[in-house]
Design a protein around this ligand. Structure first.
Ligand code: HEC
Length: 102
């Protein structure tokens, strides 16, 4: 699973990676404890995040960094803690997956 995602990223096939693979990654990395695709939990719904950054070319890099380091102030007062269990490659995969939600 991890190897598959890493290989997909390395091959530049990120956007072609099956959606379920990234969903599994989000689950494995505990993202879904605070997020859902279609409704607000502790953090914003991933569909809302995708809507907010539609057309923002720098969004994927920005969100990948925030996924790793955490941050606050964009969606409310609740901060997102850092996620040190996520590698830079995984953060990119997750950011791209979040931004692809409709
Ligand atoms: C402890 C709860 C928690 C966990 C775990 C968590 N998040 Fe978050 N997330 C939040 C909160 C709260 C925000 C809103 C932060 C803000 O307003 O800036 C957020 C915001 C975000 C955003 C939008 C950031 C922005 O600046 O617009 C993305 C993307 C995101 N999270 C992805 C993830 C991913 C991927 C994971 C798993 C690696 C994850 N989150 C794990 C609580 C969490």
């Amino acid at each position: 699973m991890k190897v598959f995602v890493a290989a997909a990223v390395a091959a530049g096939l990120l956007s072609a990676a099956p959606a379920f693979a990234s969903m599994e990654l989000a689950k494995a990395k505990n993202c879904l404890a605070c997020h859902a695709v279609d409704k607000k939990l502790v953090g914003p719904a991933y569909q809302e995040v995708a809507k907010k950054y539609a057309g923002d070319a720098g969004a994927a890099a920005k969100l990948a960094e925030k996924i790793q380091k955490g941050g606050s102030g964009v969606w409310g007062t609740m901060p997102m803690p850092a996620n040190p269990q996520v590698s830079p490659e995984e953060a990119k995969t997750l950011a791209a997956w979040v931004l692809s939600q409709k």
